[in-house]
Design a protein around this ligand. Structure first.
Ligand code: 3HC
Length: 698
């Protein structure tokens, strides 16, 4: 063997004295794609064949060790060698093989480490088995070798939460043998030398015993039943770990079969789609523009939204100026921000010191003039065009050149708001979701004249705030609220025609939503939708079926949780249907001469989802969303859409356009005004194409 040789495009072998260093270089995250697997087997074989080599050490180039199997290979015809076979071959090596992971060793990457004969992590290492986040389970020995190294309980925790743990914790658990500082190659070399010196012990993980832990298995099963009933892979994780005290190869056979089964389930496909959705939304036409430098952020309005936005900006390290009209309102806003920050301390997500430091960056003021040096101003006052125009006229006068002027409006026309300024290129919509310091979604609304670098700045801000930015065009409600306004009507029709709010909620919760629409409405405040319907009343088409139930409930002063009553009653006895609301429903049915009919839970879900998909299709058709996957991201990260279903348009692909068109045509027999087939769905039904095809076109 020469001193240095290239095994293939991604694996190289270097000999340093009696040590063979195997280097993986498969950017961006060294995923264990087929050439990596092939190359690792060949490198270990070459090192075994070289008489001068006594120990083999695997490390990786770039930002991270192997971040897992190549997710892009899932669903395609598997290519030999498989990852389990690769790891078995490494473990069977006659000469000791060690690994020196850095960055993140995840999924298949961690399983490779488990198959080596010792593991020394590079400082900063984090490890995890995140397959569950993809609707899968570890598929290359993690459920069998994991318990041998760190016990059943830690293996179950790691593979059911999917969370990463620091390398130091992994050392405490026995999963990693030690952590060293240095470059990955140096750490690998040093660890290999320690093997030669006899100071680092090596052994085959498969030879180690597993202690049966019935309690851990029972706890895991109880947790799954309570918290993750929808994921096919979760119970299989426990079944696989339960087998670990037996023969490793037998256990791996079960694990692999389960893994392959999960790849074919709808929940596996949905979760993988959600993984890509989170990343796809960053691919925008303005990606090449240079974002503006933002340090000081002004927030106008100290209500729930404004305070949440200010909290989020403080958490991201910005200096924040909060503007309100009166000292009282300013005090309330500051109190809300303090409460938000305290909440994070209570949940163990922050510390008292960090909270004080953040509050030190907050300057409350009643003077809008103090925004003169702000790099970005986000207006978050109530939804009134005249008020917003007035604020933007003032901002245009006050703010420095190059400042970005943003509105957090949920519905209103950003072009109209921008038109009152002499700098429409600097104006953008930044639509946060309540509670703004918690919700991941940020709709970035691009108006006709918004400059590309302002759009890029919005996406940069989302990243700094650890949010998912999704590009949206201007229309009433943008992507999310526009679609919500449409399918919300379906829920109203179902209710007026015979389903109770509770039945509708229960059916949709069984579909996977964390909360049904009526519970969500009560939580968010029914007065918000009421105000919006009043705003739209003059322009409501005469042919549209209008359900008055919500308005009548609001007329009673029942706005949901905050008033103790809405569709449900909230008091010490716990939420239950509000008889007053049921009376209103009955009265409205009677007034319209509707004889209530029975709906099956399936019909409720079908009608609700068909409505959501129809309007989502129109949003794509009109270019309001860049791609179908952007709509999916909006619903996953802003509307509690069940992640295992991948998003409304992923779900549409699972059903197929032809079926959706057929449903719309059936429903249209009763209400042809509301139920219309979007052209895009009609075309897909005819040519058999899918929303995923559109995603691929970009
Ligand atoms: N396969 C294929 N592509 C991957 C990938 C993977 N496992 N992990 C990340 N990528 C891609 C991303 O899609 C992204 O591509 P893009 O630039 O074209 O959008 C690029 O790599 C960079 O990823 P991120 O933007 O996420 O980079 P970060 O630095 O923010 O995060 C990370 C890095 C923590 C490694 C994160 O990418 C991550 O969590 N990846 C997924 C890890 C995972 O789930 N692994 C398990 C896979 S399943 C498995 O191993 C099965 C086995 O048990 C048999």
């Amino acid at each position: 063997m020469s001193d240095s040789s290239q095994i293939n495009d991604v694996i190289s072998l270097e000999r340093v004295g009696e040590i063979a260093l195997v280097r993986i270089d498969n950017p961006p995250v060294n995923a264990s794609a087929q050439p990596v697997r092939r190359g690792l087997i060949d490198a270990v074989a070459a090192a075994n064949a070289d008489d001068a080599v006594k120990v083999i050490a695997i490390y990786a180039a770039g930002r991270t060790f192997i971040a897992g199997a190549d997710i892009r290979e899932f669903g395609k015809t598997p290519k030999e060698p498989s990852l389990p076979d690769t790891i078995n071959t490494i473990e069977a090596s006659a000469k000791p093989v060690i690994s020196a992971p850095h960055g993140t060793a995840l999924g298949g990457g961690l399983e490779i480490c488990m198959g080596t004969h010792a593991r020394i992590g590079v400082k900063g290492l984090r490890v995890g088995l995140p397959e569950i986040n993809l609707g899968l389970l570890p598929g290359a020995g993690g459920t069998q070798r994991g318990p041998r190294l760190m016990g059943m309980k830690n293996t179950l925790d790691m593979s059911l939460t999917g969370k990463m743990v620091p390398g130091e914790t992994a050392v405490d658990w026995g999963l990693i043998d030690g952590i060293e500082e240095g470059a990955p190659r140096d750490v690998a070399l040093k660890a290999a030398q320690a093997v030669l010196d006899g100071t680092l012990a090596t052994r085959r993980t498969s030879d180690l015993p597993v202690e049966m832990d019935e309690n851990a298995l029972a706890d895991a099963r109880a947790m799954i039943a309570a918290k993750m009933p929808f994921l096919d892979s979760a119970p299989l994780v426990v079944d696989a770990v339960e087998r670990s005290p037996g023969d490793v190869q037998e256990g791996m056979k079960f694990e692999r079969e389960s893994f392959v089964t999960c790849l074919k389930t709808a929940s596996g496909r949905g979760m993988i789609h959600a993984f890509f959705a989170e990343r796809a939304v960053a691919k925008i036409p303005e990606a090449g523009a240079t974002p503006r430098d933002i340090r000081k952020i002004g927030v106008i309005g100290g209500g729930t939204m404004g305070s949440g936005i200010a909290t989020s900006a403080l958490n991201a390290g910005f200096e924040v100026r909060l503007i309100e009209v009166t000292e009282d309102a300013l005090e309330r806003g500051t109190a809300t921000i303090t409460k938000n920050l305290e909440g994070a301390v209570k949940r163990g997500k922050s510390t008292e010191a960090k909270m004080q430091e953040a509050l030190g960056r907050l300057t409350p003021s009643t003077e809008m003039e103090t925004l003169a040096d702000a790099d970005l101003v986000i207006e978050a006052v109530f939804e009134n065009m005249e008020v917003k125009k007035d604020i933007f006229t003032n901002l245009d006068r006050i703010c420095k050149a190059g400042a970005i002027l943003a509105s957090n409006t949920s519905y209103l026309d950003i072009n109209e708001i921008a038109s009152v300024t002499g700098r429409p290129g600097d104006v953008i919509g930044l639509h946060f979701f309540s509670p703004a310091h918690i919700m991941k979604l940020l709709e970035i609304v691009v108006a006709d004249k918004t400059a590309p670098e302002v759009v890029a700045s919005g996406f940069n801000l989302a990243k700094q705030m650890k949010k998912i930015g999704v590009r949206a065009g201007v229309c009433d409600g943008f992507i999310g609220n526009r679609i919500l306004a449409y399918y919300g009507k379906t829920a109203g029709y179902l209710m007026e025609d015979g389903a109770s709010p509770e039945q509708i909620d229960t059916a949709l919760e069984a579909f996977g939503f964390a909360m049904g629409p009526y519970k969500v409405g009560d939580l968010a405040g029914l007065d918000i939708g009421w105000a919006n319907r009043k705003r739209m009343a003059d322009t409501r088409p005469e042919d549209e079926r209008y359900v008055r139930i919500h308005d009548r409930i609001c007329e009673e002063g029942w706005f949901g949780r905050k008033t103790g009553k809405g569709f449900y009653i909230y008091d010490d006895e716990g939420p239950r249907p509000n008889p007053g609301a049921l009376e209103i429903i009955a009265a409205e049915r009677a007034a319209k001469g509707i004889t209530p009919r029975d709906f099956s839970d399936q019909e409720i879900v079908d009608r609700y989802m068909t409505a959501m998909i129809s309007e989502a299709a129109r949003v794509v058709e009109e270019g309001i969303a860049l791609r179908p996957i952007d709509v999916d991201a909006v619903f996953l990260f802003g509307y509690g859409f069940p992640r295992f279903r991948g998003g409304p348009l992923k779900y549409a692909d699972e059903i197929g356009a032809a079926e959706i068109v057929q449903r719309i045509e059936t429903y249209a027999k009763d209400d042809a005004y509301y139920w219309k087939v979007p052209a895009i769905l009609r075309r897909m039904a005819e040519d058999g194409s899918t929303f995923e095809d559109l995603n691929k076109e970009g």
